[in-house]
Write a protein that binds this ligand. Sequence first.
Ligand code: MG
Ligand code: MG
Length: 250
Amino acid sequence: MGIIIKSPPEIDIMRQAGRIVAAILDVLKKRIEPGIITEELDAITARELSRHGAISSFKGYRGFPANLCVSINDELVHGIPGKRVLEEGDIVSLDCGAVFQGFHGDAALTVGVGRISSQAEVLLKVTEGALGAGIAAARSGARLGDISAAIQSFVESRGLSVVREYVGHGIGRQMHEDPQIPNFGPPGQGPLLQKGMTLALEPMVNAGGWRTKVSSTGWTVTTANGSLSAHFEQTIAITDGEAEILTKLD
Ligand code: MG
Ligand code: MG
């Protein structure tokens, strides 16, 4: 397929898609408290998507059955909302994708449910910081590997592990476009970053080792050793200067 450079009008639509995703995550974040059932979060997402004239990027994607991914504690991605009830001390990753006027926005965050352990607090801070480090490295003229290396070194210098099997991606008319964006690897390699590239950066960080496994349902991915995992994601556009975050509120 190759990397697809977007025109300014296309990026403007992606900005709108991104704003919808950010608005939905903001609504969801405020609903996170002990006792909420994860399928309620899915229902809120469905309602908010339709209110904004958007549809879920995920529902029906390779058969995924929900509008939102909800992944709890040792689950890192692709958790399916259902009857599970959030409990005090859990950490929950919310991954939301929206299609608006033919373009996707994709973002995720991990939040604590009530009071969480100091270990979990550190994990959340480091994962969000790693995303920030990746975004800071995403400048035109740099290489894709500079993003990967920035994320990896941010995480590993703080004693945590970055997941290898799941990666960030280009995004546009398709949720997953070229290039793949690993959260590890050497700097100075890979495609040159150019204005008009739109990328979803998404570090997944484990408190224990980096290995993961897929549950018997075929969807939910957990850490191999049961350690906690966190996930932060944003869709960005490469510009002449600092990258523009598309999945943000005004
Ligand atoms: Mg996502
Ligand atoms: Mg993504």
